[in-house]
Design a binder for this molecule. Structure first.
Ligand SMILES: *Cc1c(COP(=O)(O)O)cnc(C)c1O
Length: 463
């Protein structure tokens, strides 16, 4: 593609076009058919501030999806920047085998405290997919160490997403990512999704949750002794298109896992860190007797470092940890990443957790969410919008498009139109969503809502 084509589509010229041309010649971009960049703009970012990203030509874009759901408190956040500058002069990295350091200890203690002490052992990696791999391996190995070596199978939910390495992809059920690599993957059981959009006439979201749990129960009745773990994205299955379900589902799954002796993994990589309204999404569920719903393993990544550095982790229960505690090396958990517990990443995470405290973020997000939902009312009522939905700081709706060709290109056209109107948004198929950082001022909320409607109408009119 020539730079003039890019300029025509993005409306800029000058230094930005040069970075774009050089990027296309040397950088292989993720989740991208590179040929699409012949028509879809590529934006060369020069810097970020708050909720905005700026390109080299001085154009700006409101980061309405938190740069793939990672950025919680804005770009170039002064408090996180200062914490990192301080950490840089103390310790950038040291190996975590045989050594430990202040940031990793403090972060592990604080995360344990956030689970009320239930998930007290924290294992670190760098990306979400690796956290999922760790949870799967730990589950299998914990069972084997306790004499249940037949437990080797995993269960995932239809439409679920857990990352794209070979092991994580095996428990992912998004055709676009999975089908091409099917022959490489160890099959997993896929059970019905509790997605509330699947409600039959007269059914409530809780009815759908009960129906989905019955599907899991049938599988566990049949294969419980062979199954190591069930993996679930609590409350919102994000990558499949922000499919939301009732918290009841989590309680029902927890009860079934207890009954059939199967581990439960909550993948809170996207929904953790306050995204759904509580710090952990699973805190919105409760068991029939009113007690909390905790998994055996909880995976976190994305927002935990405030969107600054690659960091992921798996929190696990005491029984899991004890299953590995032994004088025998081979009964220990055998997994190592070079950058495990990186001090800079942990320090960014500590600064992020401090902001939650200092700014009373979960409460203030309630006000932000109420304002955004009210501002989006015209969109929710639009006749080409279906299933308008919201949970915490996530909003989504599905575009009604009859023409198949228009539907196939909807996401790319929406993205390009968004850039023209200073919005960074990337719909998933026909599902448009907002997942902004937790710092929007009232006027930014109103702008975001109004432009989302404008971009939607323009995209719908434009094909
Ligand atoms: C993003 C995501 C992952 C994978 O994380 P990466 O850092 O991209 O490997 C896993 N699970 C969920 C729910 C995610 O949203």
């Amino acid at each position: 593609m020539t730079s003039s084509q890019h300029n025509a589509s993005a409306g800029g010229d000058g230094i930005a076009a040069d970075w774009v041309a050089r990027s296309l010649a040397s950088v292989w971009h993720p989740c991208t058919q590179m040929q699409h960049h012949e028509t879809v703009p590529l934006v060369a970012v020069s810097h970020g501030r708050g909720a905005w990203l700026y390109d080299h030509d001085g154009r700006r874009y409101l980061d309405a999806i938190s740069s793939w759901w990672v950025n919680l408190f804005g770009h170039a956040n002064p408090r996180i920047n200062n914490a990192l500058k301080d950490q840089l002069d103390k310790l950038e990295h040291a190996m975590l085998a045989g050594f430990t350091h202040e940031p990793v200890v403090q972060l592990s203690e604080q995360l344990k405290a956030l689970t009320g002490g239930v998930l007290g052992h924290c294992f670190y990696a760098s990306d979400g997919a690796s956290a999922v791999e760790i949870a799967l391996k730990m589950s299998f190995h914990a069972w084997r160490n306790s004499g249940h070596s037949a437990k080797q199978e995993f269960v995932c939910v239809r439409g679920g997403y857990h990352g794209e390495t070979i092991g994580a992809l095996a428990v992912t059920d998004v055709a676009l990512f999975k089908d091409a690599y099917g022959p490489l993957l160890r099959p997993a059981h896929v059970v019905a999704s509790p997605d509330a959009r699947l409600a039959e006439p007269g059914e409530s979201a809780q009815d759908v949750a009960r129906r989905a749990a019955r599907d899991l129960e049938r599988l566990l009745q049949e294969r419980g002794p062979q199954i190591a773990a069930v993996i679930v994205e609590p409350l919102v299955q994000c990558a499949t298109g922000m499919a939301m379900h009732d918290p009841l589902y989590l309680a029902l799954v927890r009860a079934l896992c207890d009954q059939y002796q199967v581990h439960l993994i909550f993948d809170e990589i996207a929904v953790g860190c306050g995204r759904t309204g509580t710090f952990f999404a699973c805190q919105q569920a409760e068991m029939a007797d009113g007690t909390a719903v905790w998994p055996d393993f909880l995976c976190l990544s994305k927002g935990i470092s405030g969107g600054y550095l690659p960091l992921s982790l798996v929190l696990s229960k005491e029984e899991i940890y004890q299953a590995f505690y032994s004088s025998d090396v081979t009964r220990g958990f055998l997994h190592s990443h070079s950058y495990t517990g990186n001090p800079l990443a942990c320090r960014a995470a500590l600064a992020t957790l401090a902001i939650f405290e200092e700014d009373d973020v979960l409460n203030r997000n309630r006000q932000r969410a109420a304002r955004m939902t009210a501002a989006l009312a015209p969109l929710a009522a639009h006749d080409k919008v279906r299933h308008f939905r919201q949970r915490g700081m996530i909003w989504a709706f599905d575009a009604v498009i009859d023409d198949a060709q228009a539907a196939a290109s909807f996401s790319r056209r929406f993205f390009a139109e968004g850039l023209r109107q200073e919005m960074l948004m990337r719909p998933i198929g026909r599902s448009v969503y907002l997942m902004p950082p937790y710092i929007l001022a009232d006027d930014e909320i109103d702008t975001l809502a109004a432009r989302t409607l404008a971009v939607f109408e323009q995209t719908m009119a434009g094909h």
